[in-house]
Design a binder for this molecule. Sequence first.
Ligand SMILES: C[S@@+](CC[C@H](N)C(=O)[O-])C[C@H]1O[C@@H](n2cnc3c(N)ncnc32)[C@H](O)[C@@H]1O
Ligand SMILES: [Zn+2]
Length: 312
Amino acid sequence: MNARFKSILACPKCRSSLSERRGKLVCGRGHKFEIDGEVPVMTKLDPYLEKEAKAWEDSWKRGVGKRALGAYKKNMKVFERLGYWEESGRATRIIKSKKNWYVLDLGCGNGLSTANIKGGVVVGMDLSKKQMVRASKRYKNNFFVVGDATCLPFRSGIFDLVIAINLFHHLRDKKEVALREVYRVLKKGGVLLAVDPNLTNPIGFTGRGFFKLLGLKRFFPTFPQFALGDDEKQFTKAQYYGFFENSPFKKFKIIPHRIERILFFATILLPPLSKLPGYESFLVFVSRAGEQIVKIPPFDYLCYFWKVEAVK
Ligand SMILES: C[S@@+](CC[C@H](N)C(=O)[O-])C[C@H]1O[C@@H](n2cnc3c(N)ncnc32)[C@H](O)[C@@H]1O
Ligand SMILES: [Zn+2]
């Protein structure tokens, strides 16, 4: 294992440092962790998440891959132009790289967002082992670790930046612990960037909830993930503010963000829509205008994401 990577890891059970023995990481108190290829496995696995990760991947191969990939890419190109770093595709390149910094991409999923952040030591962590092992084979410049956001396998005060794209709303009653853990592993002055969906956005909860309830997946095989996942619990404005107000972060800014997702989802569900003349310019227009509108209460209740920048 890479020495720089190993030096920032700590035992998630007792926080003591780790050494490598016979292909395992072992802490001073004898807690042992497997290493799969290059990926340390620092927690017990969650069968639901592994199943979800596989279902996501399969449906991309089957449906989205063939029918809606063109529409998806068209949307992503626009989002990148607009500076939406939270799109897990290419847009994380927008985060300006620094030479010697330490970055943690928490709940990094397939690792694409991790791979697009440049410079220094950039670590991706997810609870899904399948995704971490594959990401580590695919993105050789990064480090990946299987870990639980509620009990981070890192030493304190290590990271300059932690990003958490659509993670906290999956953690339910454990999210407060996870936020305290993020605070712990950040350096003084380090930054957390996170986004989570807004419950009161019309497609956020209601749309996706109905999609699931009515079993509409069958009719839209291009994007079955549009249905709300069993582990998701989205935030209202008051809940998201409360989440940060009751955390150790004293400096944070919550920004209502994005309204155009309805167009994105519409074109993924019905790809020919994205081929209509002028679709890209229309998307840019709606996004720019929407970004201003959702900053004015009460229209903030309509935004798709709550975006937060918090400083330790
Ligand atoms: C909606 S996905 C977002 C993935 C990625 N950040 C992106 O934007 O594509 C949520 C991710 O959080 C991961 N996750 C859920 N609970 C977790 C936990 N307790 N610790 C670490 N990761 C977790 C899931 O495996 C999943 O990959
Ligand atoms: Zn230990």
